[in-house]
Design a protein around this ligand. Structure first.
Ligand code: HEM
Length: 218
């Protein structure tokens, strides 16, 4: 059954400008993070390669966004990864984590400089200790889109990320990207895992900063 309203234009009124207070389960991702114990399994000609990596993630609150009646609060993120044994970027990724309070929908958009984008979706309670989001190639809603070369040689069939919030305030993720590698009979599980520790608090979203100023400064 279609869960959407007939009125697709009217936006919600009285939207709270304080994004950090309305992020539901994503509140625990806000801030700047570092992880020094990342492990990557990636496909190489000679077989799976295991590399250790160091990661920095910035997740900053954005102003609430409305698609007509659909209201999202969210974080804009940047992931930057270095392998422990070389200076050039090992992995880079930007996007948004989004939370729809009305339905519990959680989205992660991701864009990586191989020429690849995806939207992964899941559902969670506001106090969830765990998030699971998935995207699947061929889906038009929560799908994956890649360059023609990647489609030919390393076809990404699915993506899943599982986030676990730890009692000490850190959080851990496991991401599984299933790749159909040309000439190989079995799909390859490209897996990444790390635990992130907070190194700086988030900066409040732009609208909240404006609203928080005393009237004479505005
Ligand atoms: C912590 C996260 C990640 C790290 C550290 C990482 C690292 C790597 C590395 C080192 C390779 C091999 C590159 C090469 O041989 O040229 C690779 C391949 C690949 N990765 Fe990732 N990756 C990550 C996440 C992802 C995600 C989330 C996706 C897509 C949803 C993805 C898609 C791919 C694809 C399609 C390839 C094959 C392309 C190729 O080898 O040329 N990766 N990744």
């Amino acid at each position: 059954m279609n869960p959407f309203p007939d009125d697709i234009f009217t936006e919600p009124e009285d939207v709270d400008p304080n994004t950090l207070a309305n992020l539901g389960p994503l509140r625990r991702l806000a801030g700047v993070w570092e992880g020094r114990k990342g492990v990557d399994l990636n496909p190489k000609a000679e077989g799976p390669e295991r590399r250790e990596y160091i990661e920095r993630i910035e997740m900053q609150p954005i102003d609430a966004q409305a698609n007509g009646p659909q209201l999202f609060y969210g974080l804009r993120y940047h992931v930057h990864i270095l392998a422990t044994d070389e200076d050039s970027t090992f992995h880079d990724q930007v996007g948004y984590w989004l939370w729809e309070p009305a339905t519990g929908l959680v989205l992660q958009t991701l864009s990586i400089p191989r020429g690849q984008v995806a939207i992964a979706s899941g559902h969670a309670a506001p106090d969830a200790d765990r998030l699971v989001l998935t995207a699947r190639r061929g889906e038009t809603e929560y799908g994956i889109c890649s360059t023609a070369f990647l489609e030919y040689a390393f076809r990404t069939e699915s993506y899943q990320i599982e986030v676990a919030f730890n009692a000490d305030g850190s959080w851990s993720y496991t991401s599984d990207t299933m790749l159909a590698v040309r000439g190989r009979p079995e799909p390859f599980r490209h897996r990444d895992q790390n635990t992130l520790v907070k190194v700086a608090e988030p900066t409040p979203n732009p609208l909240f900063q404006i609203r928080a100023k005393p009237v004479e400064e505005v």
